[in-house]
Design a protein around this ligand. Structure first.
Ligand code: FPP
Length: 238
């Protein structure tokens, strides 16, 4: 592996913010912004794959997004199904391994079925690990892990002293993904918004005022260039 490749972030996570603002600026309904955001997402997966990013995880719907107007929630709920259907062949052909993480208990049956199908179809792909956080909340994920660990303890499957960071990680939705190297948020909001809380403990954070539908290859290049120039210390001195 050459130097440049070594310094690439292995795992990029993105908070795709600014769809609504993008639409509003053009006098369009917010949902048009989300639709355009899907196109940006498809281009971003493709580009990440081209440059050798191994893991890409994006925030598509948070456990808090349910409080948006019903019309918008309905649209956002329909998006993944459409997305998975129209993009599944491309994922199969291009070696994209898809995962969907988040709460599944209050999602529609059709969507769940589609997620299972596409995850199964792409499970042996290895060009890029593409993960959609949908109906996801970082605090919810940590609570869910805690409950399952408590259950395992109660059922004598683990001992109190077995509980450490490594074991905890195995109970997170992201157990098969590495921690995040670079977290990008678009649309000039300097917040984490309950995304991947455990996994970003030592991530480099990058904020840009570009709205998600306008996010292009050069914007990702800029984020990665800045990442390469950061001095990651993980709490140490070097
Ligand atoms: C934030 O923009 C974006 C979202 C809540 C949804 C993100 C979804 C996509 C980009 C589509 C991809 C989805 C799937 C399922 C593949 P915002 O509406 O909060 O924008 P604003 O802050 O400008 O109002």
């Amino acid at each position: 592996m050459n130097d440049a490749k070594e310094r690439l972030p292995g795992h990029i996570a993105i908070i795709m913010d600014g769809n609504g603002t993008w639409a509003k600026k053009r006098g369009l309904p917010r949902n048009f912004g989300h639709r355009k955001g899907v196109q940006t997402l498809i281009n971003t997966v493709k580009y990440c794959q081209q440059i050798g990013i191994e893991y890409l995880t994006v925030f598509a719907f948070s456990t808090e997004n349910w409080s948006r107007p019903k019309e918008e929630v309905d649209y956002l709920m329909k998006l993944p199904e459409q997305f998975l259907e129209s993009y599944r062949q491309t994922m199969r052909d291009n070696g994209v391994k898809l995962r969907v993480i988040g709460r599944k208990d209050n999602l529609g049956e059709k969507l769940l079925q589609k997620i299972i199908e596409v995850e199964r179809e792409t499970m042996n792909n290895s060009n890029i690990n593409f993960t959609i956080a949908f109906n996801y909340g970082g605090k919810d994920e940590i609570l869910n892990a805690t409950k399952h660990i408590a259950m395992a303890l109660k059922e004598d499957k683990i001992k109190l002293n077995d509980i450490n960071e490594k074991l905890f990680y195995d109970y997170l939705y992201t157990k098969d993904l590495p921690v995040v190297d670079l977290l990008i948020r678009t649309s000039n909001q300097i917040r984490i918004s309950n995304f991947l809380l455990w996994q970003i403990a030592y991530s480099e954070l990058y904020f840009t005022d570009v709205l998600w539908p306008d996010f292009r290859r050069r914007d990702l290049d800029k984020a990665i260039d800045e990442y390469k120039n950061r001095n990651r210390r993980f709490g140490g001195l070097k």
